[in-house]
Design a protein around this ligand. Structure first.
Ligand SMILES: Cc1cc2nc3c(=O)[nH]c(=O)nc-3n(C[C@H](O)[C@H](O)[C@H](O)COP(=O)(O)OP(=O)(O)OC[C@H]3O[C@@H](n4cnc5c(N)ncnc54)[C@H](O)[C@@H]3O)c2cc1C
Length: 384
C-alpha cells in the first residue's frame, strides 16, 4: 500500500525546522545578502538542533535518517524564506558520496564535522568548457610518488569562501588501459586560488572560479576507489536533485503564501483582490503544481532510501523539473499579485526573482532533466 502520510517523526521535524526558519525569515536572508554577511547564526542554530546532520549515519554523529529527512529540512527553511544553497551541496551531495563510498577512515574524518555543522564542503564538477556535458571535463589528477597532483579549472562552484574543502571531480589515468576516468578528491580550499563570480543573485552564498595549478594532495585525498569514481558520483546525483527540488518547492510555497496573504487583505475595488478569479485561479493552479512536485520529490526520496537508485533517478529528474518550473511561476505570480509592491525590496519578492531562476539551471538544467526523461522514460533516441 502506498502511504501518502509522512511519518510523525518527519512531520515533527518539518514543524520544528519551519519554526526555526520563521524566526529568521526572508528579511534575515536578504538582509545578510545586502550587507555581504553570511547566514552563520541560522546555520549554527540548525546544526545545534541536529537538522543539518539529520541524514548522516548515527555512528558519525548524525541523525541516521535518509535524504527525505534532509530534503524536509531544506524545504521548510526555504518555505520560511531562507533557501540555503549550501545545504544542497555540503551534507547532501558531499555527505552522501562520502557516507556511501568513503573508506572507514574518510567517514570518520569528514562526516562528524558535517553532522555538527562545524565543517562545510563545496562540490566542484562544472568546468568552463564542459558545462552540462560533464563527460568533457579536463581537470586532471596524476600520481606523483605517493601523492596526487591536481591541475585544471572549475567554475560556478558555490560556497568556496565558507568551505574548508571542496570535493573535486577530476580525471585520472587508468594505469593498465591508459583511459581517463572520473575520480573524486577532497581538496583544501587554501591550496588553490579562487575568484568570486559576480552574479545578479541576491544571496549570502557566492560562486567562484577555482584554479588548480599543480596542487599537491596526499594519497588519501582520493575519496573511495579510483576505479569506481563514476558510480560514486552517481550516488550523489539523486540526493542533489531531490534537495534542489525540495528547495524549489519550499521557495514556491513561500511565494504562494505571501501572495495569498496579500490577496486576502489588499482592497482596491471595495473587495479583496483575491475575489477576482484572475488573481485567485493562477494561485490555485500553482498550489496544485506545488503539491504534484512535492509528491514526485517524496517519491524520489523514498525510492532512494529503499536503494532503488534507477527508479529514484527517474523520479528525481521529474521532481527537479516540476519543482523548478513551479518555483519560477510562483515567484512571478506572487509579484503580479502584489502589483507595484511586488517590486519593492521590503516584500522580498523581487530579490527572489533572480534567485529562483537557478532552480531551472542548476544542479541539472531543465533541458538536461528533460533529456534524461525523454531517453530513460520514453526510450526516445539520444539527441546529443
Ligand atoms: C548560482 C549557481 C550555483 C552553482 N553551483 C555549482 C556548484 O556548487 N558546483 C558545481 O559543480 N556547479 C555549480 N553550478 C553550475 C551548474 O551546475 C551549471 O551552470 C549547469 O549544470 C549548466 O551548465 P552551464 O552553465 O555550463 O550551461 P551550458 O552547459 O553551457 O548550457 C547552456 C544552455 O544550453 C542547454 N543545453 C546544453 N546541452 C544541451 C543538450 N544536450 N540538450 C538541450 N539543451 C542543452 C542547457 O540546458 C542550458 O539551458 C552552479 C551554477 C549556478 C548558476
Amino acid at each position: 500500500m502506498i502511504n501518502f502520510v509522512e511519518s510523525e517523526e518527519r512531520r515533527d521535524l518539518r514543524a520544528a525546522v519551519h519554526q526555526l526558519g520563521s524566526k529568521y525569515g526572508e528579511s534575515y536572508f536578504y538582509g545578510a545578502a545586502a550587507r555581504g554577511a553570511k547566514t552563520t547564526e541560522l546555520w549554527d542554530e540548525a546544526a545545534k538542533a541536529g537538522y543539518l546532520g539529520v541524514s548522516i549515519p548515527e555512528e558519525y554523529g548524525g541523525g541516521g535518517g535518509d535524504i527525505g529527512d534532509l530534503a524536509a529540512v531544506v524545504e521548510e527553511l526555504a518555505t520560511a524564506g531562507c533557501p540555503l544553497l549550501l545545504l544542497v551541496v555540503s551534507p547532501a551531495i558531499v555527505g552522501t558520496i562520502i557516507a556511501r563510498s568513503g573508506t572507514d577512515e574518510q567517514k570518520q574524518r569528514w562526516l562528524p564535522g558535517l553532522a555538527s555543522g562545524e565543517s562545510r564542503y563545496a562540490f566542484g564538477i562544472t568546468e568552463p568548457d564542459a558545462g552540462s556535458n560533464s563527460h568533457q571535463i579536463v581537470t586532471r589528477a596524476r600520481r606523483d610518488g605517493g601523492d596526487w597532483v591536481l591541475s585544471g579549472r572549475k567554475t560556478y562552484i558555490s560556497g568556496v569562501d565558507e568551505a574548508g574543502h571542496v570535493l573535486v571531480v577530476a580525471r585520472t589515468e587508468d594505469a593498465r588501459t591508459g583511459k581517463l576516468k572520473p575520480a573524486l578528491f577532497m581538496v583544501p580550499t587554501d591550496a588553490f586560488v579562487h575568484q568570486p563570480i559576480e552574479t545578479g543573485l541576491v544571496s549570502p552564498e557566492k560562486q567562484f572560479t577555482l584554479f588548480f595549478d599543480d596542487v599537491r594532495l596526499p594519497a588519501d585525498a582520493l575519496v573511495g576507489r579510483e576505479d569506481a569514481g563514476l558510480d560514486q558520483l552517481f550516488a550523489g546525483l539523486n540526493p542533489e536533485r531531490i534537495m534542489a527540488a525540495s528547495q524549489a518547492t519550499g521557495t514556491a510555497r513561500w511565494a504562494l503564501r505571501k501572495a495569498v496573504e496579500y490577496a486576502k487583505q489588499r482592497e482596491v475595488w471595495g473587495a479583496p483582490i483575491g475575489t477576482h478569479q484572475a488573481i485567485a485561479h493562477p494561485l490555485a493552479q500553482i498550489h496544485v503544481e506545488i503539491e504534484a512536485a512535492r509528491l514526485l520529490t517524496q517519491k524520489a526520496a523514498a525510492l532512494d532510501a529503499a536503494g532503488d537508485l534507477l527508479a529514484a533517478g527517474e523520479a528525481a529528474n521529474m521532481a527537479k523539473y516540476a519543482a523548478g518550473e513551479v518555483a519560477c511561476k510562483a515567484v512571478d505570480q506572487a509579484i503580479q499579485t502584489h502589483g507595484g509592491n511586488g517590486l519593492a525590496v521590503e516584500y522580498g519578492l523581487v530579490q527572489a526573482l533572480a534567485n529562483v531562476r537557478l532552480s531551472r539551471i542548476a544542479p541539472v538544467s531543465r533541458e538536461m532533466a528533460l533529456n534524461f526523461i525523454a531517453q530513460f522514460s520514453l526510450k526516445l533516441p539520444r539527441s546529443y
